[in-house]
Design a protein. Structure first.
Length: 114
C-alpha cells in the first residue's frame, strides 16, 4: 500500500490522468445501461412466451397496466384502521387519487375487475 501512495505522490499528474482515463472508459458503458422494471426483463431475450405475450397484447389492444396491491398487516395495534373500515376506504380513495395524478396514468377506475 505504501508503494502505491509513494508512486502517486511521485507522479500526481500521471495518477490523475490514469484515474480520468479509467473513469471515461467505465463511463462509456453508462450510455448502454438500461433499467427495466417489467416482468419481461427476467426472461432471456427473444423468449417465446414473452414474444407471444407481446403479440397478443398488440392483437387485442391490451393497455399496459400497473396493479397496486394494498393489504393490512397484523401489527397488533388495535387502534390501527382496517382497510374494510371508513378510514381504510378513505386511504384507498386517497391512494387512487394520488396515483391517478401521476403523468401517464389513466384516471379510469377498474372497480370490480379482479
Amino acid at each position: 500500500m505504501t508503494r502505491l501512495v509513494e508512486a502517486a505522490l511521485a507522479r500526481p499528474r500521471a495518477c490523475v490522468a490514469l484515474a480520468l482515463a479509467l473513469t471515461v472508459v467505465l463511463g462509456a458503458g453508462l450510455a448502454r445501461l438500461e433499467l427495466r422494471t417489467d416482468g419481461d426483463s427476467i426472461y432471456p431475450d427473444h423468449n417465446r412466451v414473452v414474444d407471444r405475450t407481446r403479440a397478443d397484447a398488440k392483437a387485442f389492444d391490451d393497455p399496459r397496466q400497473a396493479i397496486v396491491l394494498v393489504t393490512t398487516r397484523d401489527s397488533g395495534d388495535a387502534s390501527a384502521p382496517r382497510l374494510d373500515s371508513p378510514q381504510g376506504l378513505r386511504f384507498i380513495a386517497g391512494a387512487h387519487r394520488s396515483l391517478s395524478a401521476l403523468p401517464g396514468v389513466s384516471p379510469r377506475t377498474s372497480a370490480g375487475h379482479f
